[in-house]
Design a protein around this ligand. Structure first.
Ligand SMILES: *[C@@H]1O[C@H](CO)[C@@H](O)[C@H](O)[C@H]1NC(C)=O
Ligand SMILES: *[C@@H]1O[C@H](CO)[C@@H](O)[C@H](O)[C@H]1NC(C)=O
Ligand SMILES: *[C@@H]1O[C@H](CO)[C@@H](O)[C@H](O)[C@H]1NC(C)=O
Ligand SMILES: *[C@@H]1O[C@H](CO)[C@@H](O)[C@H](O)[C@H]1NC(C)=O
Ligand SMILES: *[C@@H]1O[C@H](CO)[C@@H](O)[C@H](O)[C@H]1NC(C)=O
Ligand SMILES: *[C@@H]1O[C@H](CO)[C@@H](O)[C@H](O)[C@H]1NC(C)=O
Ligand SMILES: *[C@@H]1O[C@H](CO)[C@@H](O)[C@H](O)[C@H]1NC(C)=O
Length: 923
């Protein structure tokens, strides 16, 4: 019932006008141009032009043969054989069966129906203009049985002079006695609830219309009455009213099968097409299937039969079970409309189909079966596509969005964060064009220059820019102008970035690098080793930076940090300076500007980041010494090369007796080049020498950023890489106050054999201890004034010699014994031979270690100061006696610290110890 109701609801219904009102209505206007009508089989088919009726109210009336108008409404329609509908374009349609209640029927051959269309601007149609439209059709080709399946009713009409029952007397009596006859018909309905027999008047009450014409009787039924039987025939649901019409008059009994059956579904669709099928044979209408013969199948659209459906790409096919029509979605004469559903763009497609099937069988010579079927496919998503037509060389994004039906319009564009109307977009320099295709669809082409501020730009890889256009299209869709948004995301990568270039050269003292600055510090950053080049690093490394509009000039002195010494010999130094061009975002190195120069220098020191120190020492003494006999603190470290005047040393900061100390800013490694005077050992005589004294102190300073870093360096976890170091050299004879400027605390650590602290294990001798045996450990300060005191700051044990090895176990923390891993007790130191200044010693006994170690190194950091008597306390423990504070020699030795390591001490497990005990005596 739903579809039938819907059709009617579209039509404005008004109350049936009273007959008497006709009198004072306006004169009817005959057959105006907005009305078109045709005859199709046994139907009047009238179409009203929608554009004429827009924003107007109208009703349709039919005029009965005596001139009385009847308003066509839903009730009247199904009863009298009228259909009010709309075609796919929205034009109102009125259809009437030739057997309709108010049709003037002349001998079942000429049919006339006059229609009044009342049109008004107001809902009250009293002052409406009445347009009168008479329709005349002839129909000579009645089949013995004709069935009409309309939208709102089913109708069957049959010829009464059916073969076999034909009777001359009856036939001659019929025309005269039409009205009388009508009264005499009975109807028998067969349904699941049994047989129901009614007279003609009662049939009317059940919702049926039954009447006869000159030579036919007909039954009209709405869909879904109480007697309706729904059956599925070959997959299609059929609505069937089974009935027999009976005419009885004394000696005559006329029984006519007035069964009518119409399909109520049978439509299906895919993305591409809609399919409508009906069964070829309906068993309710064809009782002896073996005699069935299909004669002709015709299809039609919009009330017009189509002889060559293939021409329009419609397919009409039939086989022994089905008749099917396939219509490609979008095919002509249907209506494709745009719409938006749940934010998705799509289309609906509607088409008004009809099908006529003629067949013969043994019961009925000929049956004409006409089905009228408007079909609408509710919603088919049609996701629009974005086509990237960009030609990179033009540097203009060219983006197509489509395809849409012509009922779609572009209204705004959001590019980046900005929303523009089409006019504003044009003013901004974006080009928008509507592309119309021959098949009636359209698309929108948008052009946006790469360099537009609303295009995102990103520097990529080495020399590429990624241009990224983000657009949101806003369109209005369909007759309702629903808003639809569609994004487009297009990008283009162009190798259009010019990397900075660098040119280098040298003079006698500096290396220079000229670098182009376009894009520098925006995309790229310059690095020397691990440090970025900026004004701060330049300043600390003694570089000079000058810039102009296009270039940056970097001046690097030959001995500044960052110089790589590729070859060092007496003849020349080959130095290289590398400036890395890195990507700002990832710090990936894209290019290295490298300058290589040779230069000469008679004396230099280079402290490499890997801890290598290279020193070229120049002989300065008179008389001259043999430079080949110079050495470092550890006598085994001799010059790598030497001449009469120069000696070249190269060593690691961890070797050759180099000592380490640190202050808040630097790790300081110190070594010394000295010369062993050649002595003439004359028996028991004082030693005589001709050689002058030669001492050259070498200092390498490695900056440490802050105390955090310092403790990290000391207590582990930091990497071993040092920053660039800077070196100085000082020769002693030439430098009077050197002792004051020295920054190295010369401290030494020893392990003693017993509590008397008299006999120390010699360096390089193996020390074995059991876990419970005490360790006697001493730290001695050397080369300092008598009144200064040595203070231990932190001492710790590790399994390796490295300063920062982990794990580590503290046994002195801020000068105090930490007894977490064993017993630690300071031992007093008194003046005795060879101890001249007890202040310069710290001794302790370490016992009962509970460490999981087999090999122990002892590390200590130390500082010096004097203890001043001051009333207030709050002192770090052990550094000074109670009531005194430490006066660090801050003026003379700013932040003066020292570091020492000794070991290893091998720890024997009990079972090993016994085994070893035997062998030890042998050693
Ligand atoms: C259809 O059947 C129902 C219930 O059986 C009844 O109430 C109703 O009146 C019937 N309708 C007609 C039109 O006879
Ligand atoms: C039957 O048809 C006749 C002749 O057209 C008409 O006068 C009569 O009113 C009709 N009866 C019904 C119930 O429609
Ligand atoms: C029928 O379909 C063909 C191929 O798909 C197409 O080229 C032709 O234009 C269509 N004809 C009509 C009338 O739409
Ligand atoms: C006849 O056509 C229908 C659909 O058009 C199809 O489903 C059916 O299988 C066909 N029957 C035969 C016997 O080919
Ligand atoms: C119409 O033409 C366009 C462009 O050739 C095509 O993309 C689209 O699919 C066509 N649409 C229909 C319904 O044929
Ligand atoms: C960009 O860099 C690539 C790879 O390094 C190189 O092959 C290409 O020639 C460069 N293009 C331009 C325009 O510089
Ligand atoms: C758009 O087209 C350009 C040029 O053909 C191409 O370089 C780019 O990768 C395309 N971008 C996208 C997102 O398809």
């Amino acid at each position: 019932m739903g579809t039938v109701e819907k059709v009617f609801c579209r039509i404005l219904l008004t109350l049936l006008l009273l007959q008497c009102e006709i009198g004072w209505m306006q004169e009817a206007v005959n057959s105006p141009a907005f009305i078109e009508s045709t005859c199709l089989s046994s139907i009047f088919w009238m179409k009203l032009d929608k554009s004429f009726l827009q924003e107007k109210f109208f009703t349709i009336e039919v005029i009965d043969p005596s001139g009385v108008p009847f308003l066509v409404d839903q009730m009247l329609g199904a009863r009298c054989g009228y259909t009010l509908s709309k075609d796919v374009w929205g034009n109102p349609i009125f259809r009437a069966s030739f057997l309709g209640c108010h049709v003037i029927n002349e001998k079942d051959e000429q049919f006339s129906l006059t229609v009044n269309i009342k049109v008004s601007l107001f809902e009250d149609l009293k002052a409406a203009t009445v347009y009168q439209h008479p329709m005349h059709c002839s129909y000579f080709s009645w089949a013995p049985r004709e069935i009409l399946c309309e939208e709102n009713y089913m109708e069957v009409s049959v010829k009464t002079d059916v073969p076999g029952i034909s009777d001359a007397e009856l036939m001659s009596a019929l025309p005269e006695a039409q009205k009388v006859m009508y009264q005499m018909w009975n109807l028998m309905f067969y349904s699941s609830s049994g047989i129901k027999t009614t007279g003609v008047r009662d049939a009317d009450k059940l919702g049926y219309s039954f009447n006869n014409t000159l030579a036919r009787v007909f039954l009209r039924s709405p869909y879904f009455t109480n007697e309706t039987q729904n059956t599925v025939v070959n997959g299609v649901t059929m609505s069937t009213i089974s009935s027999t019409s009976r005419y009885r008059q004394r000696w005559l009994l006329l029984l006519i099968d007035t069964t009518v059956s119409c399909p109520v579904d049978g439509t299906s669709f895919t993305d591409a097409s809609l399919i409508w099928t009906i069964p070829m044979i309906n068993p309710r209408l064809v009782l002896q299937e073996s005699t069935f013969r299909s004669l002709k199948v015709t299809m039609g659209i919009n009330g017009k039969k189509i002889e060559n459906p293939e021409k329009f790409n419609y397919t009409l096919e039939h086989n022994i079970t089905h008749i099917g029509v396939t219509i490609p979605i979008g095919a002509p004469r249907g209506r494709l409309q745009s719409t938006v559903s749940n934010g998705v763009y799509g289309v609906t497609y509607s088409i008004d189909l009809l099908m006529e099937h003629s067949w013969t069988d043994s019961d009925w010579q000929l049956t004409k079966y006409l089905v009228i079927k408007p079909i609408t496919i509710p919603f088919l998503p049609r996701i629009p596509i974005v086509i990237n037509n960009t030609v990179p060389e033009t540097r203009i994004f060219d983006v197509f969005l489509g395809v849409f039906l012509p009922d779609v319009n572009l209204v705004t564009l959001t590019i980046g964060d900005m929303t523009f109307s089409l006019k504003e977009a044009e003013q901004k320099g974006y080009r928008i064009s509507v592309i119309s295709f021959p098949n009636g669809t359209r698309g929108f082409e948008l052009e946006v220059p790469f360099d537009d501020p609303n295009v995102l730009k990103e520097y990529m890889n080495i020399n590429e820019t990624r241009y990224h256009l983000q657009v949101i299209y806003t369109l209005t869709v369909g007759p309702e102008e629903k808003l639809y948004h569609h994004p487009a995301d297009v990008e283009c990568i162009m190798a259009d970035v010019q990397l900075p270039e660098g040119i280098g050269y040298c003079d006698k003292e500096n290396i220079y690098l000229y670098v182009t600055t376009a894009g520098l510090f925006q995309y790229w950053i310059l690095y020397i080793g691990n440090s970025p080049l900026n004004y701060i690093t330049a300043h600390t490394n003694r570089y000079r930076i000058t810039t102009n509009d296009t270039h940056l000039l970097l001046q690097v002195p030959f001995f500044a940090p960052g110089i790589i010494y590729e070859e060092v010999s007496f003849e020349r130094i080959q130095a290289r300076f590398d400036l890395d061009l890195k990507k700002m975002a990832t710090l990936e190195t894209l290019n290295t500007f490298s300058v290589r120069c040779n230069f000469q220098s008679s004396e230099f020191i280079v402290c490499y980041p890997n801890g290598t120190v290279t020193v070229l020492a120049h002989m300065k003494t008179v008389p001259s010494i043999d430079m080949g006999k110079t050495r470092l603190k550890d006598k085994i470290c001799k010059p790598r090369e030497y001449t009469k005047n120069q000696a070249l040393f190269q060593f690691q900061v961890s070797t050759c007796g180099t000592s380490l100390m640190f202050n808040d800013e630097h790790l300081i490694y110190e070594n010394e080049i000295s010369f062993e005077k050649e002595t003439l050992p004359i028996q028991n005589r004082p030693i005589i020498t001709r050689d002058p004294g030669y001492r050259l102190t070498i200092l390498c300073y490695y900056p440490i950023k802050d105390t955090l870093m310092q403790s990290a360096m000391l207590y582990g976890s930091s990497s071993r890489t040092l920053p660039f170091g800077s070196g100085t050299m000082m020769s002693w004879p030439n430098s009077e106050g050197l002792i004051r400027t020295r920054q190295v605390l010369n401290i030494q650590a020893n392990i003693f054999k017993d509590e008397s602290f008299t006999e120390a294990y010699k360096s390089h001798s193996l020390v074995f201890k059991s876990l419970w045996e005490p360790l006697f450990f001493e730290v001695e300060l050397k080369d300092e004034a008598p009144n200064v005191e040595l203070f231990l700051e932190n001492c710790w044990m590790t399994q390796s010699e490295e300063i920062n090895s982990i794990p580590h176990w503290n046994f002195i923390v801020d000068g105090c014994e930490n007894k977490s891993y064993g017993s630690v007790i300071f031992s007093p130191v008194t003046t005795s031979n060879p101890i001249k200044y007890p202040n310069h010693f710290k001794r302790m006994k370490i016992q009962n270690l509970t460490l999981p170690l087999t090999e122990i190194y002892l590390h200590c950091t130390a500082t010096i100061g004097t203890c001043l008597h001051v009333p207030s306390s709050g002192l770090p423990c052990k550094l000074c006696p109670p009531g005194t504070i430490i006066d660090q020699y801050s003026e003379i030795y700013p932040n003066h610290h020292g570091y020492v390591v000794t070991g290893p001490v091998f720890i024997l497990q009990p079972e090993q110890f016994e085994e070893f005990d035997i062998t030890r005596n042998k050693v």
